[in-house]
Design a protein around this ligand. Structure first.
Ligand code: GAL
Length: 698
C-alpha cells in the first residue's frame, strides 16, 4: 500500500512537472517583438454600429491586440444554460480583419442577475456580516460550489468556442481576482476553510496544538466548531495562528479558483494560446507567489490616484518609481514571464483625489514596464465610458468617441518608438558584466507580511514600507533586483536582502548559511527569525535560531512614540530611528557597524556584520523612517564585497533589458544620465526631465 502511494505521488509529481514545462511561458512571446501594446475594448458596452469605427481606429494608431469579455457574462449566457457568442464572434472577426489579436477573458467577476436571483447563496459575505448584492462586480464567493458549477459550464463553453481559434492570442481568467481589500466570510467560505484546515492538520488535536488554543480556552472538539477569525466579532485579539492560516487559505482559494478554470480551458485551447490572470501587486489578500496554476501572472497598475505622493512637488502626478519597478521585479521573477494587463490611461475616477498625471508620465510608465522585462502592456481602456461606474475614467479616446486623449497620444507615441527600437534589437546582446555583478535578490514571503500586519507591535510598523526602504536603496545603486520566494535557487545572486523575515525554520537558516559560505552576501533586518512557520515564538532565547548565522544575540527590541527620535551612530554619521529597534549583542569575531546613542541602551549595538566562509552576513536592527541608515549599510556591504554601485537620486531608475539601457525620471529635477562616449541615444534625451525617459545602447 505504501509503495502504491509513493508510486502515485511520483506519477502526480511527474504530471505536474510536465505541465509546468509544457507551459514554460517564454515560448509565447518572440523576443524580437520586445514588448507589444494593446487596449481594452468592451463591444457589449457600445452600439454595434460603432464597433467597426472603433476597432479600425485601434489598428490605425498601432495597437497590436485588444482585450474582450471579462465583464460580459450576462451577454455570453443571457439565460441559464443558453450561450450566445454571435456578438463576440463579430467583434473578434472585426479585430482580425484589422490585424488585431484578441485576449479573451472568462467573465467570472460579473455573474448575471438571473444567477444571483436563483442562487443567492453564492453571494460573498463581508466581515460586517453583510451579504453583497448584484449590481457591481466581485460580489460572489469563490468557495461556493453552486457558483463554481456555473463557472465550469461557462468556461467550458467559451473554451470550446474559441479554443481552436487562431485569432485568439491568449486568455485572461477573471479580473483582479479579489474582493478589493475585503475577505469572504460566507457560509461557503466557512465550510471551505474547515476543509482546508482538515487537509492541513488531519486531526483537531493537531490544529489545537498548532494554533495554541489552550490560550483563552479556545480549544476545539472538532473542525465543525472552527470559524474564520473575524475581528469584527471578537472582543479581544484573535489567535494569530488562526489569522495566519486564514490568510493562507484565502490566497489558496484564489489559486484554486483560477486552477479550476485553467484546467478546463487547457483541455480545449491551442497549445499556442496562453492563460494568465491580472493581480494588483500591493493587494495582499491574493498572493501572486502562491499562484502556481497558470502559465504566468500579469499585473495591473494605477499610480496617480491620490495615495502615492511620489518624489518632489509633482510626485503625486507620477507616483513612485518603486511602484512599477517592484511590480516588475516581483511578477517577472515568479516564472520569468510577465506582462502589464492594465496600465493607467490618464486620469481615473476612483482615487482619493483624481489628479491629472504629469504630461509625459503615461509614456514614462510604459517605458518603465519595458525596462522591467514585460512582454506586453495593455492599456485600460480604449474609450472613455459615457455610462456606468467609471464615467470619469480616461481612455485612449475621449468622450466624443473619436479624439485621442492626451494620454492616448502618449500611448501612440510609445507604440511608434517601440517600432523604432525593434530595428536596433540584437538577439545576441548579453547583460553588461558590472550590472550583472550587482544582481540582488530580495527574499519575500507574504506569510511575514500577514503575520506582522496582525501583530505590528507599534502602529508605526509597516512591512511593505520596511521592505521598500531596502528596495529603494537597491534601485538607487542601479542593481537589477529579483523579488524571489524561497523555492528559488539563492546561488545566482551575489547579494540577498531578506527584510523583516520573521517566520522561518532550521532549513531556511541552513540554506542561508550555505549561501553565505559559498560567497553570498546576506542582509537581514528587524524582526527576523522571531517565530516558526506557524507563528509561534521559539522556546529558546529571543530569535535564537539566527544567532549562529548573524554572529550576534538579539537581546531585546524597543519601540518609541512617534514624537521621540532614537539616535544611532555609524562611523562619523548619525541617523534617526523611530519605528523599530532590535538591540544586538555581537559575539566574538562579529563587527559592530552602528550603535544606539540615546535611550537607556545607548552604546548598545544596532548593526552587525560578520564574515562566514566566502561571504558575509549583516544584521540591521532598526527600522528608520528615511531609510538613510539602511542605505548606508547596504552601500558598505557592496563596497566591501568589491561590487561597484551607482548612486541615482531617488525617483531615477536605470535598468538594462535585451541590449537596451532604459532610464526613467520620477523625481522633481532633470537628471543627466552618464553613458559611454560611443553610447547611442535611441529614444528621449540624455538629460531626462521629470516624467521622461531615455533609451540608449552602449
Ligand atoms: C482596475 C480594474 C478595471 C477598472 C480599472 C479602473 O482595477 O481591473 O476593471 O475598473 O481598475 O481604473
Amino acid at each position: 500500500m505504501k509503495n502504491l502511494n509513493s508510486l502515485l505521488l511520483a506519477i502526480i509529481a511527474l504530471v505536474n512537472l510536465q505541465r509546468i514545462n509544457a507551459q514554460s511561458a517564454d515560448r509565447f512571446f518572440p523576443k524580437a517583438d520586445l514588448m507589444t501594446i494593446g487596449s481594452y475594448y468592451y463591444p457589449e458596452q457600445w452600439p454595434r454600429q460603432y464597433w467597426e469605427r472603433d476597432i479600425k481606429k485601434m489598428a490605425e494608431v498601432g495597437f497590436d491586440f485588444t482585450h474582450f469579455g471579462e465583464f460580459a457574462w450576462s451577454f455570453i449566457e443571457p439565460e441559464d444554460g443558453k450561450f450566445d457568442f454571435s456578438w463576440l464572434d463579430e467583434a473578434v472577426e472585426l479585430s482580425h480583419k484589422n490585424g488585431i489579436k484578441v485576449i479573451m477573458c472568462t467573465s467570472t467577476p460579473t455573474p448575471p442577475a438571473w444567477m444571483v436571483q436563483k442562487h443567492p447563496e453564492i453571494l460573498m459575505v463581508n466581515a460586517e456580516g453583510r451579504t453583497m448584492q448584484h449590481g457591481s462586480r466581485q460580489h460572489i464567493s469563490w468557495s461556493s460550489p453552486v457558483y463554481k458549477k456555473y463557472v465550469e459550464r461557462m468556461v467550458e463553453a467559451i473554451g470550446k468556442h474559441y479554443g481552436k481559434d487562431t485569432r485568439i492570442w491568449g486568455w485572461q481568467l477573471d479580473n483582479e481576482p479579489s474582493h478589493y481589500g475585503q475577505y469572504d466570510y460566507s457560509p461557503a467560505a466557512q465550510i471551505s476553510f474547515r476543509k482546508w484546515l482538515q487537509a492541513k492538520y488531519k486531526t483537531v488535536d493537531k490544529l489545537n496544538e498548532a494554533w495554541g488554543t489552550a490560550f483563552w480556552s479556545i480549544r476545539y472538539n472538532n473542525f465543525e466548531q472552527v470559524l474564520i477569525p473575524n475581528q469584527k466579532e471578537l472582543i479581544a485579539q484573535p489567535s494569530p495562528h488562526a489569522v495566519l492560516d486564514f490568510k493562507r487559505f484565502s490566497a489558496d482559494e484564489a489559486n484554486e479558483f483560477l486552477g479550476l478554470q485553467y484546467n478546463i480551458l487547457r483541455k480545449h485551447i491551442l497549445p499556442t494560446q496562453w492563460i494568465t490572470t491580472n493581480l494588483m501587486p500591493e493587494h495582499v489578500e491574493v498572493d501572486p507567489t502562491r499562484i502556481n496554476s497558470l502559465d504566468f501572472v500579469t499585473y495591473t497598475k494605477y499610480l496617480v490616484a491620490g495615495y502615492d505622493k511620489g518624489t518632489g512637488p509633482q510626485g503625486f502626478r507620477m507616483g513612485s518609481a518603486t511602484s512599477i519597478a517592484f511590480a516588475n521585479d516581483l511578477f517577472r521573477s515568479l516564472n520569468g514571464t510577465t506582462g502589464v494587463m492594465e496600465l493607467q490611461p490618464g486620469q481615473v475616477n476612483w482615487g482619493k483625489f483624481n489628479a491629472q498625471p504629469l504630461p509625459g508620465a503615461v509614456r514614462m510608465w510604459i517605458w518603465h514596464a519595458f525596462a522591467g522585462g514585460n512582454k506586453f502592456v495593455c492599456n485600460y481602456r480604449f474609450k472613455q465610458p459615457l455610462t456606468g461606474g467609471e464615467q470619469y475614467h480616461y481612455g485612449i479616446i475621449g468622450t466624443d468617441g473619436v479624439t485621442p486623449s492626451t494620454s492616448g497620444l502618449e500611448y501612440i507615441k510609445v507604440i511608434n518608438e517601440i517600432n523604432t527600437l525593434k530595428k536596433h534589437y540584437d538577439a545576441n546582446a548579453t547583460m553588461p558584466p558590472a550590472y550583472k555583478k550587482r544582481w540582488t535578490a530580495v527574499l519575500y514571503n507574504p506569510d511575514n507580511r500577514w503575520e506582522m500586519d496582525n501583530q505590528p507591535q507599534t502602529n508605526q510598523w509597516d512591512f511593505m514600507a520596511h521592505l521598500k526602504r531596502y528596495y529603494v536603496a537597491l534601485k538607487q545603486f542601479g542593481a537589477p533586483v529579483d523579488v524571489i520566494t524561497e523555492e528559488k535557487d539563492f546561488s545566482n545572486y551575489p547579494v540577498m536582502v531578506a527584510p523583516a523575515y520573521q517566520l522561518l525554520d532550521a532549513n531556511l537558516v541552513a540554506r542561508w548559511k550555505q549561501y553565505v559560505q559559498n560567497g553570498g552576501h546576506l542582509v537581514l533586518s528587524s524582526r527576523t527569525g522571531q517565530k516558526d512557520r506557524t507563528g509561534k515564538l521559539w522556546e529558546m532565547k529571543w530569535a535564537e535560531p539566527i544567532y549562529d548565522l548573524i554572529g550576534a544575540k538579539v537581546s531585546f527590541y524597543d519601540l518609541l512614540p512617534d514624537s521621540v527620535q532614537g539616535t544611532i551612530k555609524a562611523g562619523t554619521a548619525n541617523y534617526k530611528w523611530n519605528n523599530w529597534a532590535d538591540v544586538l549583542e555581537p559575539m566574538a569575531g562579529t563587527e559592530t557597524w552602528a550603535t544606539y546613542t540615546n535611550q537607556y541602551y545607548a552604546g548598545k549595538v544596532a548593526v552587525t556584520h560578520r564574515k562566514m566562509g566566502r561571504g558575509t552576513v549583516t544584521y540591521v536592527g532598526p527600522d528608520t523612517d528615511d531609510g538613510a541608515l539602511e542605505k548606508a549599510v547596504l552601500a558598505r556591504v557592496y563596497m566591501q564585497a568589491g561590487i561597484a554601485i551607482e548612486d541615482y537620486p531617488e525617483g531615477v531608475m536605470v535598468d538594462w533589458r535585451d541590449g537596451f539601457w532604459v532610464g526613467v525620471n520620477y523625481s522633481g529635477a532633470a537628471y543627466n544620465v552618464a553613458m559611454p562616449a560611443k553610447g547611442k541615444v535611441l529614444i528621449g534625451s540624455k538629460t531626462m526631465q521629470p516624467a521622461s525617459v531615455v533609451v540608449w545602447k552602449d
